[in-house]
Design a protein around this ligand. Sequence first.
Ligand code: EPZ
Length: 422
Amino acid sequence: MAEKFIIHPCGPLKGEIGIGGAKNAVLPVLAGSLLTGQPCVISNVPNLSDVEYMCELVESLGGFTAWNRNQGTISIDTSRLTKCEAAYELVGKLRASFLITGPLLARLGRARVPLPGGCAIGSRPVDLHLKGLAAMGAEIEYAHGYVEATAQKLQGAKIYLDFPSVGATENIMMAAALAQGQTIIENAAVEPEIVDLANFINTAGGDVRGAGTDTIKINGVKDMKGTHHSVIPDRIEAGTFMVAAALTRGDVMLTNVMADHVKPVTAKLKEVNVNVNETPHGIHVKADNCELIAADIKTLPYPGFPTDMQAQFMSLMAKAKGTSVVTETVFENRFMQVGELKRMGAIIKIESRSAIIEGVDKLTGTQVCASDLRAGAALVLAALVAEDTTEISGITHIDRGYHLLDERLNELGACIGRAIEA
Ligand code: EPZ
């Protein structure tokens, strides 16, 4: 049954919130567990539907997963990995499913995976993933909406990524882990989730060096072993709560967060006149005595301002004093929240890849629809400070990437109900 949020305006958010494990770290690590035939235990796993879908996919290939949601751990055993073809209906639910291509090719010598379609934020091709696998000797064929990659034994290669794609870096790194010889990825993505995946591969007996820099060297090994890996905290969930505290002029302490990973968001919040302090206990956002001042952002690959925080920041700028320019350089269609924010009273004009936001004194509640994960989060944030009630439909998008965002905001003083959509 489809559900909706019913959000009443709330006062300043106050209190302490613990940040969960990173969705964009646990998904590649689960794919990476296909590289070894020995059992792995993944911990600090966030309770998200995207994680559920990845577990379903691993099981459809012959793997075994046991998810203890209370402990936040997944035991995963792919010793009986029998299939190298991913079902369309599973891949269609989760774009990150394409990350199984490299590990399956490396482990079984073949992978047949549906080409992921585009999504709300853009066409999202996988050409860089496939260019890297082909460079390592894979035969790549396309038929009936599937890509079929085969390789007797992948060979190490030097690969230059035209764009520092996170997914392509992850897929190639995983394939290279079991290849013959050394693979060098140049212009690699440097996101923290890349480093986390490299750490998983290395503790499972792989040999990845330079993760976190734009040049990653992977020395292929014959086989890998089981390991226990705890995923990093979710820097985007953290950033979302930081913006929620700022927007409501609240006073919130975020714990279980890696301050370095949210530096771009911290710097930008300070620029808009919000107090953000990194303490030994966590990150303290104190905005109860400040006027929000407009600032510009331009999304860039890490360590630039994250594209996954662009929509949330736009909600903040909708109520800031002055005019701000938000430029989205990573995805070609990531302003899906603009139309709905305007219906709430925001003044926003889109000019090519930029949105010009003129801050307003008040936003008004109405019915809006979440089109994708981060646009949905942006609407929740705007609804927290709207003059009256807002109803947000399409919240399955939000539940994919945030564990009980409504309940956890309510713990800080928000007033969000969840109801079945009529
Ligand atoms: C990852 O997606 C994240 N998803 C995204 O988070 C995030 O927005 C993105 O990285 C950028 O940081 C996961 O990690 C599961 P990319 P990914 O490959 O790997 C183009 C969220 O909200 N491109 O770095 O798909 C692509 O079209 C999600 O949590 C190619 O052209 O991102 C895009 O314009 C959304 N060819 C740009 O690169 C390729 O082969 C960045 O894509 C691959 C990508």
